[in-house]
Write a protein of this length. Structure first.
Lengths: 340, 340
């Protein structure tokens, strides 16, 4: 066995837009003083990985190694990395770097930095045996969280935790639209925070699942009469879906000072009546992942409440089967790839 | 002269939608224990008065006495009113009542109460010699503010002060769209709060005025190239206009955590790309007037900085001339009617 410093990384890559992944190896960058090398044990699959494979955002370069919900152990660390040890279990999410000196970085909002580096955009991601990344964006995983639980938290979890951290109090009434990978985590977090939780889904059959995740109430997301009945009942609504709904009904569902946060990527813009915002001082917003302190806080909170995604774990060698099923929405609720 | 308790109120009223106002007198309600009777000296004219006269909101009842930027002196007070004395100068704005026992009232957000009473909706307003209203919504006017300065603050002022109070810090970069009755007050308040202020107007000729009110910068609100140049430059943008603009340009003009607040009434909904909200954790919001503590705070702040509207004062007998000119936007920037 060659030393980890010089051996090539074994990965899975798409070689053109929309292609199946095939084995691919590459020479890793020299380990810099702030870098760590992580021996990957698990990597979650996020819808963003499909978008990258398909070049939906016109940002993809091929060969493209997806994967940005990475859990593994530190194999090497650069001279300036002291907060994680070799052998320690860590996670890396969507963000793997920022300038660390702008006002947003200095405030702990590294996710708002204009110079954000993204784990599998322009650099190889976590569908691989190893990865070298800036160790300042590697987070110790609390012992109480299994690696399967932890992996999807690193992107899916932080995405829904952030709006809850920003806008919810334990006393809040929180609505979650869409009971999928993001939505079921939002329900679990909101419930653990002490909130009253209403799940919205277009699939009536998901009521039982939604309640099992912690929802107190279930409402059809497309039944106009049911939505009208929710008028002025919620302090925060988190939309995790990527297809259009009657958004003004959800604005109406907000109580005074209520917030509608779109964390699901919508292709179409939303059309909002400002008079409905004015009457009750409501807001419409969104947020991208979360900063480093928010990531640490989320992992602590998830560990305290044993919150993670409901996952289906497959060997990393079956990545294409997982991606195919994800394209068909055939997963409850997140895939995690495991290196055997 | 009859005692004020029994004499009829002399007012100006519209007798049908869109009509000119004519003299109208009415028997005032019995003065309740929480009421005050105000001998009106000044009343501002707000665009809302035109909307009410024209029944634009399908809420008007005729004869309709407009006027909700009222300044005068206490002529009588109910047994339970102790915070203002007979002879004291007070103001009344758009709101003249609320339940005072819901969670919003208890928090000082009476403007968000579901049972808000409005000064000239369903009851006679301030284009009159007197008015009887709930004294708990009558605010002492600081000595430093003339009645002409104070009157437009009671609706126009509080409307733009509220989003500044909610979202601006002295360090904020604030944009104000529209240099009219609301906009020039927003510029004056933001400048006095220590903010860096950018005025947006479709009228290039307003640059000099905007700078005189306190704007540091002036940008065309309709020049797409100029708007693109404002990208990620502002923390708060307050729109006071009621015609559509390229709103996504203004969203782009927001820095991370930035807020776009619509206080101008827009007939058409706004269409927003949620991806632009997400990338920088931006929000779109609005707010209605302000609660009682906000009103008092605004009047104190305005007095400290001698902030009021730039007004044109006319005798109340010339109300129809003023309304006609307001319909043509022929005023810099607010009319105040004075009882001679």
């Amino acid at each position: 066995m060659t030393s980890p410093d010089t051996s090539r990384v074994d990965a899975y890559a798409a070689h053109e837009p929309g292609a199946s992944l095939t084995s691919f190896d590459y020479e890793p960058d020299v380990l810099g003083p702030h870098d760590v090398e992580i021996e990957i044990t698990h990597c979650g699959i996020c819808h963003s990985d499909l978008h990258l494979i398909d070049n939906d955002w016109q940002s993809s370069a091929y060969p493209l190694v997806p994967g940005h919900e990475i859990v593994g152990t530190i194999a090497q660390r650069g001279a300036l990395i002291t907060h994680v040890d070799v052998g320690e279990r860590v996670g890396v999410g969507w963000q793997c770097g920022s300038c660390l000196q702008c006002e947003w970085c200095e405030r702990g909002d590294e996710n708002l930095c204009a110079s954000i580096a993204e784990t599998c955009v322009g650099r190889p991601g976590g569908f691989a045996d190893r990865i070298r990344v800036d160790g300042r964006f590697a987070f110790a995983i609390p012992d109480a969280l299994s690696s399967e639980l932890a992996a999807p938290l690193l992107c899916g979890g932080i995405t829904v935790y952030s709006p809850l951290q920003q806008h919810a109090r334990p006393q809040s009434r929180v609505g979650v639209i869409g009971i999928g990978g993001l939505g079921h985590l939002a329900i679990r977090f909101a419930r653990a925070m002490g909130c009253e939780v209403t799940a919205f889904s277009s699939t009536a059959a998901k009521e039982e699942e939604a309640r099992a995740h912690g929802a107190h109430h279930f409402v059809s997301s497309i039944d106009d009469t049911a939505l009208k009945g929710q008028r002025e009942s919620l302090d925060l609504v988190i939309s995790t879906v990527n297809s259009p709904l009657n958004w003004n009904r959800y604005v109406s569902a907000l109580r005074p000072n209520g917030v509608l946060s779109f964390v699901g990527a919508l292709a179409e813009p939303v059309t909002i009546h400002t008079g409905m915002l004015m009457a009750r001082r409501r807001s419409v917003t969104s947020s991208p992942i979360g900063g480093r302190s928010t990531m640490r806080e989320m992992l602590d909170f998830a560990a305290r409440h044993t919150i993670g995604a409901q996952v289906e774990t497959l060997p990393m060698s079956e990545v294409n089967a997982a991606l195919d099923r994800l394209r068909r929405n055939d997963v409850r609720y997140r895939f995690v790839l495991r290196r055997d």
